[in-house]
Design a binder for this molecule. Structure first.
Ligand code: DAK
Length: 241
């Protein structure tokens, strides 16, 4: 059951007005909440790594993710990025404990919208590899990826209504565009989850892959993209989006 406790890795407090911090020198594997691994063939693998909270998207995780993604985006050796989570959860949503005390004006006047939005500014294509839960902000983060592959047990959902809020980072629009208004609204208004096969049949993900092959398959897609012209890929990505 969901409890009120937070994984210690996210106990770093979030300043009300965040100063933009200088980019740290990029080195792989140095983050608290994600793992970064540069593979052969121009692909970087970024793994959300906050297992105690099912990769709930707290401020500290976003700080790590945004920093790594911006560094990888600038790295000429990296031509595609694979973003994944654990076998149990891609990400179980925004961190409920962190969200609880916030009111919308505070969210609007501080950087919260910005830290959710940075993934949309990347030129490098991002392939999402979703195993397990992709809920709330986790589903929204997955839908920000350019290509999505799902493991057989993936579950997508927008359960924000169960908490008395709504999907805050584009989930309403992206879900409608991906799978059509009626089913998207059913998910957003009931909080129900959708399995991998249905997600594939409705076009939310490209295809379903066995759980243990998912990340390798996503890396293969990335390696194929990495062989093409980088400007063409960046322009095609921008136009599709
Ligand atoms: N936040 C914080 N901790 C979470 C979490 C979450 N979203 N989801 C799970 N955890 C933690 C649990 O508290 C538990 O911690 P301990 O008790 O062990 O310390 C641990 O992860 C394992 O969870 P469970 O024990 O619950 O595991 P189960 O297998 O029983 O259940 C579950 C898995 C995924 C069905 C369940 O954990 C669950 O229902 N989680 C919550 C899912 C959810 O409601 N997600 C939506 C959150 S709201 C905005 C931007 C974004 C958003 C809103 C506004 N703006 C920019 C304005 C987004 C909102 C959301 O995402």
């Amino acid at each position: 059951m969901l409890s009120n406790t937070l994984a210690k890795s996210c106990m770093r407090s979030r300043p009300l007005f965040m100063a933009s911090r200088p980019m740290a020198a990029f080195s792989t594997g140095t983050y608290d909440n994600i793992l970064v691994d540069k593979k052969e063939g121009g692909v970087a693998l970024v793994t959300l790594n906050r297992p105690k909270a099912l990769n709930a998207l707290c401020y500290a995780l976003f700080e790590d993710l945004n920093d790594a993604m911006m560094q990888l985006d600038k790295d000429p050796e990296v031509r595609a990025i694979v973003l994944t989570g654990s076998e149990k959860a891609f990400a179980a949503g925004a961190d409920i404990k962190e969200m609880e005390p916030r009111m919308y004006p505070d969210t609007y006047m501080t950087d919260m919208l910005t830290w959710w939005d940075q993934l949309n500014t990347l030129k490098t294509p991002v392939i999402g590899a979703v195993n397990g839960y992709a809920l709330g902000g986790g589903s929204e983060l997955a839908m920000m990826c350019d290509i999505l592959l799902a493991g057989e047990d993936a579950k997508f959902g927008q359960p924000e209504v169960n908490l008395g809020v709504i999907p805050g980072m584009g989930g309403t629009q992206r879900m409608v565009r991906a799978i059509g208004k009626s089913r998207a609204m059913e998910l957003c208004l009931t909080g129900d989850m959708m399995g991998a096969e249905e997600a594939a049949s409705r076009g939310l993900v490209s295809r379903v892959v066995p759980v243990d092959q998912l990340v390798d398959e996503a890396i293969k897609v990335g390696a194929k993209i990495a062989k093409k012209s980088a400007p063409s890929i960046a322009m095609a990505k921008e136009c599709c989006n």
